[in-house]
Design a binder for this molecule. Structure first.
Ligand SMILES: Cc1ncc(COP(=O)(O)O)c(C=O)c1O
Length: 449
């Protein structure tokens, strides 16, 4: 297993993270357990900020909260001086609870409710990323009713979609997000907002995909957007202050993954924006980016306890653990691939091929196919690294399995930042339903309270 961040193997042959023995963390806090290497989160956050600062470029690095959104992590993100992208009233509420500086919060989402819009306006958030006509209508209505001014970016659908090393340029975008360029929707939206008394349109946003390893698509999309910005300047006198180019920067889950370094990603972003600003004769706008996975992804490791094994001769060896798709749905959802290790025997030879199954009632409830482990035994602690993004945030209570605890480790100290759910939590919001049934005599036995 590749060792990320502060992960290492100690003298007992155990996996350590943040200076702490993971087998002890498992014994103390139980499993499944999400362990976050906070020093690594801070390193990543700084790595995104540094190239902008070194080049003297006005920028905001907005952590995409959807990747992992808890009070504790948002406090770390705020401490590092980053901004925040939220996509719901719930994420916004969490940010406010964390004391996140409101002027650095950007509100995304393709179907914000009027209540969410009002909540964000009353909180005084920095920017709305406006996604559709209904939102423009509601935002105009709400700003006037509350007498509040706000700033917005328009979310664009540039018709270029990137994933790992490939991209497709569709021209017209088939996506639920944002305003299409080709159809004229984006320009129409700009006209609805440009010059509004209560709403300042400061710029545009686009996000072209996730786990991007190759920035070619990004250059293509950026040029397309810039052509339109040049038209807007000519035709409407629109002045671009902010260009938000989204997230999607890739990380290494397994050796098949070949991401660029964070510095390289940011340098490409700066280069693409500079090229276009120069070519189209613009001053350099503020550049905003929205990394999620690349900040928290490889800082998270999930610890499980090994349970039953099922060996099917000449077919497969299933190794079951005490979690699964309720704490990490990325394999069933995206065919995600992971590495794994036995945290209590890191120095043993990994000579046994297994597939790691969860404990839910779905055949697709798998965490990893075909990984080599050192002869796993019942009670071993299994570690799956790179589970920091889109795992806890997508966790569910399927099969009424309680959500796992989250522990932050830093400088050899551990802190529980999300408690493990209890069985009582599973029924806390349930109401009983025991009606007094009045059944006609003779039909069936009547129930008497
Ligand atoms: C608009 C937007 N910004 C940022 C992100 C974060 O992407 P990632 O976590 O891959 O960096 C997403 C992810 O879906 C997104 O939709």
């Amino acid at each position: 297993m590749f060792l990320h961040g502060t992960s290492s193997v100690n003298n007992s042959g155990h996996l350590e993270i943040g200076g702490l023995d993971t087998t002890k963390l498992a014994a103390t806090y139980g499993t499944p357990l999400y362990v976050y290497d906070i020093e690594l989160v801070r390193q990543k956050a700084r790595a995104f900020m540094d190239p902008f600062q070194q080049n003297g470029i006005q920028a905001q690095v907005a952590y995409a909260g959807k990747a992992f959104c808890t009070v504790g992590i948002l406090q770390v993100i705020a401490q590092e001086g980053l901004s925040l992208d939220v996509v719901s009233g719930g994420e916004l509420y969490t940010a406010l609870k964390a004391g996140f500086p409101v002027e650095r919060i950007h509100f995304h989402g393709n179907n914000k409710s009027y209540q969410e819009i009002e909540m964000a306006l009353q909180a005084g958030i920095g920017h709305f990323i406006v996604d559709n006509y209904l939102e423009i209508h509601m935002l105009k209505e709400a700003t006037r009713r509350l007498g509040t001014k706000t700033k917005v970016l328009l979310r664009l659908a540039p018709g270029v979609e990137a994933h790992t090393h490939e991209y497709i340029s569709t021209g017209k975008e088939d996506s639920k997000f944002g305003f299409d360029l080709e159809s004229g929707a984006a320009t129409e939206a700009m006209e609805l907002l440009h010059g509004d008394q209560y709403i300042e349109l400061t710029g545009v946003h686009y996000h072209i995909g996730s786990q991007i390893f190759d920035m070619e698509a990004f250059y293509v999309a950026t040029e397309k957007v810039w052509r339109m910005l040049a038209d807007w300047r000519e035709q409407a006198g629109f002045h671009l202050q902010v260009l938000n180019v989204g997230g999607g920067f890739g990380i290494r889950y397994t050796e098949e993954d070949t991401p660029l370094s964070i510095q390289e990603y940011v340098e490409h972003v700066i280069q693409a924006v500079k090229n276009n600003a120069e070519n189209f004769g613009f001053n350099l706008p503020e550049i905003w980016i929205e990394p999620g996975r690349a900040i928290v992804g490889d800082a998270g490791t999930t610890l499980y306890t090994v349970g039953a094994q099922k060996q099917i001769p000449n077919v497969r060896n299933y190794l079951s653990v005490d979690g699964g798709m309720s704490d990490n749905i990325r394999l069933p959802l995206y065919q995600a691939k992971y590495e794994a290790a036995i945290a209590n025997s890191m120095n043993e030879e990994a000579d046994t091929l297994v597939s790691i199954a969860g404990k839910h009632c779905e055949s697709g409830d798998m965490l990893a196919w075909d990984v080599q482990l050192p002869n796993p035994q019942v009670g071993d602690i299994l570690a799956i690294p790179c589970t920091g993004a889109y795992c806890y945030s997508m966790a569910s209570n399927y099969n009424h399995i309680t959500k796992s605890a989250v522990v932050f480790v830093e400088n050899s100290e551990a802190k529980v930042v999300v408690q493990r759910q209890t069985y009582e939590d599973l029924v806390r919001l349930d109401n009983e339903y025991l009606p007094n049934l009045h059944v006609e005599k003779g039909n069936r036995e009547s129930r008497v309270s």
